[in-house]
Ligand binder design. Structure first.
Ligand code: ADP
Ligand code: MG
Ligand code: MG
Length: 889
């Protein structure tokens, strides 16, 4: 097979094979932009290596052939003694994983070619600095020497010379350093640093392959739901040097502001530096605009390249470039990560500019981004003590206790504490801590530093480059000129403004949340830009989508909010919530009833309360469907806890107190009702069939609420839903009772009710027999929570804490099946239920009311499956509307 592609053979549509970096390098080369020559080893080769432990046998020859072409064009050979060609060996997977895998620069240097490089470029110090970087990088990433060992050798030399900075070391120091590094490698590995350039190249390539399974790469993939079996490509590319003097440098650029979406030139530039120094935040960068003064010709060339890229990709691009002695080289581009606010803004701008269609604009935003825009902001009306200002790198408001390393962040957050990770700068090793933290705060680095890029990608709050802060990780504190903040102290981080406050600043609704709370009306003159951008996209989504969106709501307040957020009805009204609070004693009385009379009295007391609830909900959702589910949970949930009650009774007995009759009786009932696995016990339709009068009371409350609303001139659209049906026979029995009650109320009041009666499909048997259930059920609602539990045999409360993280680690699934629907298993049952239900009853109305109704990926599945609606929590309604629109594109 073909495992190596020259840049001129590839293109952006080949990212699966060439990785994102390789595909885009190829695309830029093809566009005629200045890209240092190179070629890409495919992800296919990596997959072979990961599967067998060996690279494909043809690989070495194919690499040599492509290298030879490169060498001929350059007129130099890899590692050639008098004037070496040097290459970088760069990782690059299908989906961008910034800084998570390895890249090795300056391959081809050895004890001889370092002299040749010095001579050819007339820069002795530079050559030795490059060599010591190679030995260090190769020693740690390829040969496995702990990078801290190199750091401490370096620190030792710096100390001898009273140097605070690498730049203060002279050529002699660097020569000594290379020797010491080589000695270290030999000592640690028993093997010398390889002098053969071909061997360096081969081993570096395999090290990049191996880094696909490095710990931080795995953590990142899990967090971003990237599959573990894709593998990485390897890009082998001629080196260009940004550290050859003041007319050289490296930088990162965005074609629009990735924080706000504003068009313009954004980025960071570091004169006289290699590109890795920019991202590492080791030295402070200057804003890219400065380049206009430093090197106007290169700046103009860069602007031109950026304009070409944006027009070509029709999207925000981010770019890595290097200037070598006033010549611009493009080293990377990709469609850039951006904040949610920027995503909405850019989608709108590009539509206005005619670069993309409104449908494409809709495709470029997503539900998770919208959800983030709905998060609260800090209240700016009170007095707040500003600790520090930094760069607003990733927006949002976060409050948490300060921690200074990744492990502490992970430890505290596992205990439920909210933390803010404070570092001088982050490295990929901080990833677990960044995931655990609410916010990341650094004292160094710009908008393109590791912290900023990773936080933005994860939607995590980040302020970086807060230069007033002195971070002391050993002392576990940071200080400003006036205050010292210690580990555990609470701070507030505003990633939208780039501010850090002492203490917990109160939160207020975001403008986008206010917009939805106000009913999603067209924004007026004074509305902020982000609200306009969101409004516009929501309009497009509503126009595009086929599915309706309902909400799960149990109270009139929730129903009203859901409606303001755009819900087209209630897909799940859980009546058990009406049994809680001060009504518990009535429910208790119903359960403890000795005879029909007592039970009826208890039910009669509940009736007016439920009726009033239903009236409120039907009023809030006037004219829209409200699906009311009959009582579902097992009765013990309404009784006191068994252990607690036993202890109380035992204590009374021990104290020789007169046994409280009620308590003894209660204990007997609780013991009787206690279920080892309540998920599979006496609940759902089974309750209705076993507890006399329960269904009748609930249906009567619904029916009388409908009557009351109709008499008040309303348009109530109640639907009655039976939970946890396994067999059509169960449904038939309950349905007969429902029908009797509806008829009785209708006859008694003279009001026609028209309440459809349907069922939940939430057990595998129901899905498999949906064809016969549909003979009697007038609608289906897929209860995908219980369907997931029962299909997998997972008791949700038991499995999540016990072993889900192990399952995610082992790649059994990428996401919890409770979060995103499992298409192959649970999804298959959904498909069967839909197909067979509609075969019996054409046009059968089918929705979903599990948590999955608000999950973006699941919404796309439900669209594809042909559901009529999804129902989710009120706050997720806008997300579901947006995703249902995107699914229909
Ligand atoms: P990452 O995926 O972590 O961004 P890269 O492969 O982009 O890793 O490499 C990191 C940096 O190394 C680049 O931003 C660039 O500045 C520098 N680099 C990579 N290849 C070259 C090259 N051929 N010439 C000069 N610098 C390079
Ligand atoms: Mg890069
Ligand atoms: Mg259920």
């Amino acid at each position: 097979g073909k495992y190596v592609y020259n840049f001129h053979e590839g293109g952006r549509d080949m990212a699966g094979l060439l990785g994102g970096k390789g595909a885009n390098l190829a695309e830029m080369a093809r566009m005629g932009l200045p890209v240092p020559p190179g070629f890409t080893v495919t992800t296919e080769a990596c997959r072979v290596f990961l599967a067998t432990g060996e690279p494909p046998p043809e690989l070495e020859r194919q690499v040599s052939e492509h290298l030879a072409v490169m060498e001929r064009a350059a007129g130099r050979r890899l590692g050639q003694v008098d004037a070496p060609l040097l290459v970088s060996v760069r990782s690059g997977a299908r989906f961008s994983m910034p800084g998570m895998m390895e890249t090795i620069l300056d391959i081809g240097l050895n004890d001889l070619s370092v002299l040749g490089l010095a001579k050819a470029l007339g820069r002795e110090r530079f050559a030795w600095d490059s060599y010591r970087r190679l030995v260090q990088m190769f020693g740690s990433t390829v040969m496995g020497v702990d990078s801290a060992r190199f750091e401490s050798v370096l620190a030792g030399i710096k100390k001898q010379h009273h140097a605070d900075d690498d730049t203060q070391l002279d050529t002699c120091d660097l020569i000594r350093l290379v020797q010491m590094y080589q000695d270290l490698i030999l000592e640690e590995t028993g093997e010398a640093f390889p002098q053969d350039p071909a061997e360096q190249l081969r081993r570096a390539t395999l090290a990049v392959f191996t880094s696909w399974n490095g710990e931080r790469a795995r953590i990142y993939r899990r967090r971003e739901h990237i599959a573990d079996d894709l593998g990485t490509a390897v890009n082998i590319q001629a080196m260009v040097f940004g550290n050859l003097g003041p007319d050289s440098g490296s930088g990162v650029a965005f074609t629009r502001d990735p924080a706000t979406g504003q068009p313009g030139i954004y980025g960071d530039y570091l004169p006289n530096a290699q590109g890795e120094d920019v991202v590492a935040g080791i030295r402070d960068t200057v804003p890219l605009q400065e380049l206009e003064h430093l090197d106007p010709a290169s700046f103009a060339r860069l602007r031109d390249c950026m304009a070409q890229l944006e027009a070509h990709y029709r999207d925000l691009c981010d770019i890595e470039f290097t200037i070598e002695r006033a010549t611009l080289w493009m080293l990377q581009t990709r469609v850039g990560k951006r904040t949610s606010q920027a995503a909405f803004a850019i989608a709108g701008q590009l539509v206005d500019e005619g670069l993309i269609t409104p449908q494409e604009g809709l495709a470029r935003v997503d539900g998770e981004g919208l959800a983030r825009l709905m998060f609260p902001r800090f209240d700016s009306s009170g007095t707040r003590e500003v600790l520090a200002r930094g760069i607003p790198a990733s927006p949002g408001a976060a409050v948490g206790a300060v921690v200074f390393d990744s492990a502490e962040a992970v430890r505290r957050s596992a205990e439920g504490e909210k933390v803010v990770l404070v570092r001088q700068e982050t490295t990929p090793d901080d990833l677990p801590g960044m995931i655990a933290a609410e916010a990341v705060l650094t004292s160094r680095g710009g908008k393109t530093s590791h912290a900023a890029v990773v936080a933005r990608g994860m939607g995590k709050v980040c302020v970086c480059g807060a230069g007033e802060l002195t971070v002391d990780p050993q002392g576990r504190s940071f200080s400003t000129p006036s205050v010292t903040v210690r580990e555990g102290d609470v701070v507030s981080v505003d990633g939208s403004e780039g501010l850090v406050f002492l203490g917990a600043v109160p939160l207020v609704d975001s403008p986008v949340m206010r917009y939805f709370e106000d009913g999603g009306h067209p924004p007026g003159e004074s509305a902020t830009q982000v609200v306009r951008d969101v409004h516009r996209v929501m309009g497009q989504a509503d126009e595009a989508r086929r599915m309706e969106v309902r909400a799960n709501a149990d109270t009139p307040e929730d129903a009203a909010r859901a409606r303001r957020f755009g819900a087209q009805g209630i897909g799940l009204c859980r009546t058990e919530h009406m049994f809680l609070g001060d009504r518990r004693s009535l429910v208790e009385a119903m359960i403890l009833a000795h005879d029909d009379e007592e039970r009826e009295a208890a039910l009669n007391a509940l009736l007016p309360l439920q009726r009033a609830d239903f009236i409120g909900i039907l009023e809030a959702m006037d004219g829209l469907p409200v699906t009311i589910r009959l009582l579902d949970p097992p009765l013990h949930e309404f009784l006191p806890d068994l252990t607690e009650l036993s202890v109380r009774v035992a204590r009374d007995e021990a104290l020789g107190r007169q046994p409280d009759l009620h308590e003894t009786e209660l204990l007997a009932a609780v013991t009787r009702m206690h279920e080892a696995n309540p998920m599979l016990g006496l609940r759902g339709v089974r309750l209705g069939l076993v507890v006399p009068g329960l269904v009748a009371m609930q249906v009567r409350a619904v029916a009388e609420a409908v009557v009351a609303r109709k008499r008040a001139g309303g348009d109530p659209q109640a639907e009655i839903m039976v939970p946890l049906v396994d067999a059509v026979e169960e449904f038939r029995l309950v349905r007969a009772e429902v029908a009797r009650v509806l008829e009785r109320v209708s006859a008694g009041t003279g009001v026609a009710l028209g309440c459809p009666v349907g069922t939940m499909i939430e057990l595998p048997r129901a899905a498999l027999t949906a064809g016969s259930i549909a003979e009697d059920a007038e609608f289906f609602s897929l209860g995908t929570n219980d369907l997931t539990q029962t299909t997998w045999g997972f008791s949700r409360d038991d499995v999540e804490a016990a072993f889900f993280s192990a399952y995610l680690d082992k790649g059994i699934f990428q996401t919890s099946p409770f979060e995103t629907i499992d298409r192959e298993g649970v999804g298959r049952l959904v498909e069967i239920a839909v197909a067979e239900g509609r075969a019996t009853r054409p046009g059968l109305n089918i929705g979903v009311c599990g948590e999955h109704g608000g999950d973006p990926q699941s919404v796309h599945f439900f669209h594809d499956t042909g559901l009529d609606y999804v129902s989710c929590s009120p706050f997720r309604v806008p997300v579901a509307r947006l995703e249902a629109g995107r699914a229909a594109l």
